[in-house]
Design a protein around this ligand. Structure first.
Ligand code: SF4
Ligand code: MG
Length: 320
């Protein structure tokens, strides 16, 4: 199937502010040489702990943050260095939804205006047509016409995320990047929003990159899973394959921490040692070696490459 989005060597370092009079050469290594391909109509889940670079990845892909190195291609076009005006054309096809639907929606705007704003910006349709289109969008995301005249604060978290989805969907994009779309919501509402996203994917032939903290969130919706650790992809593969035959020790640990998850390959839950190290000074060699139960001498000095087998299952670990 068609390649929609492709990154090569995508890297992002942020300078660390050493204070007003302190010059600092330190950098946050947020994203390190990420190679990722997303196919048309595909749902890819990106998981990892806070600080693994998944939100940076979302922002760099949208060009809300400039990459330090590497390239991004969207539908075969290199969008890495496009200027603001050129990016506007791309953003019609590539939208983003954020974690907190409250802070991402302007509280002073009515729902009607929030959802029709992208149409206004791209000058699509007459005012009347836009309003009709917004009503359709509200219906599609499970809200009603009567909601159009209200303000974001009059809605629950789940409803606000529905409004964000309608707004992302209104231009009929090909890709929606969802940055932790359900983490701010009650557990009971999370499944509803994920189901909605899945329905919309079917209905409109969308692709998603869904970023999440935990694997359980993306399990039922994703075709493929990407596991990140300290700015690097450590494992990538078919969703069921990752769940039944995880290869990277970090993925195995993430899976064993999901209550009630039974893996053929794991006898007992593995404990993860310590906190995630700072991305300012990531460990040498394999970045996971400070917490890996299987680490050996080589892991401290050499960084394992991400190797892909014939089934497209990729893993970065010397034991594989
Ligand atoms: Fe663990 Fe070494 Fe594999 Fe890294 S390369 S995951 S430290 S065994
Ligand atoms: Mg985040």
């Amino acid at each position: 199937s068609d390649v929609l989005l492709k990154t090569q060597g995508l890297t992002k370092n942020y300078p660390v502010n050493g204070g007003l009079f302190v010059k600092s050469n330190k950098k946050v290594h947020a994203l390190d040489k990420v190679d990722l391909t997303l196919y048309s109509r595909e749902i890819v889940g990106v998981v990892g702990e806070s600080g693994c670079g998944k939100s940076t990845l979302a922002k760099v892909l949208m060009r809300l943050v400039e990459p330090t190195e590497g390239t991004i291609h969207f539908e075969g076009r290199d969008i890495t260095r496009l200027d603001k005006r050129q990016m506007r054309d791309i953003r019609r096809h590539m939208q983003i939804i954020f974690q907190d639907p409250f802070s991402s929606l302007n509280p002073r705007k009515k729902v009607l205006d929030l959802i029709s704003e992208p149409l206004d910006i791209y000058r699509i349709g007459t005012r009347k047509e836009r309003v009709q289109h917004v009503y359709r969008m509200l219906d599609i995301v499970g809200l009603t016409k009567n909601h159009a005249d209200r303000y974001p604060h009059q809605f629950s978290g789940g409803q606000r995320q529905r409004i964000s989805i309608a707004r992302a969907l209104v231009l009929n994009p090909k890709l929606i990047i969802c940055d932790e779309p359900v983490s701010a919501l009650d557990v009971s509402v999370q499944a509803q929003i994920l189901n909605l996203l899945q329905d919309l994917q079917q209905q409109f032939g969308l692709s998603y990159l869904i970023i999440a903290h935990g694997l359980d969130v993306v399990r039922h919706i994703s075709d493929r899973i990407v596991v990140m650790y300290l700015g690097k992809i450590v494992e990538l593969g078919d969703c069921e394959e990752i769940f039944t035959r995880p290869k990277h020790p970090y993925t195995q640990i993430l899976l064993s921490s999901i209550p009630g998850n039974h893996q053929e390959s794991l006898k007992a839950p593995i404990k993860i040692a310590g906190e995630i190290p700072s991305p300012i000074n990531p460990p040498s060699g394999c970045r996971f070696h400070t917490r890996c139960p299987y680490a050996f001498e080589r892991c401290k000095s050499e960084s394992p490459e991400l190797r892909t087998d014939e089934d497209g299952h990729a893993v970065a670990c010397f034991l594989q």
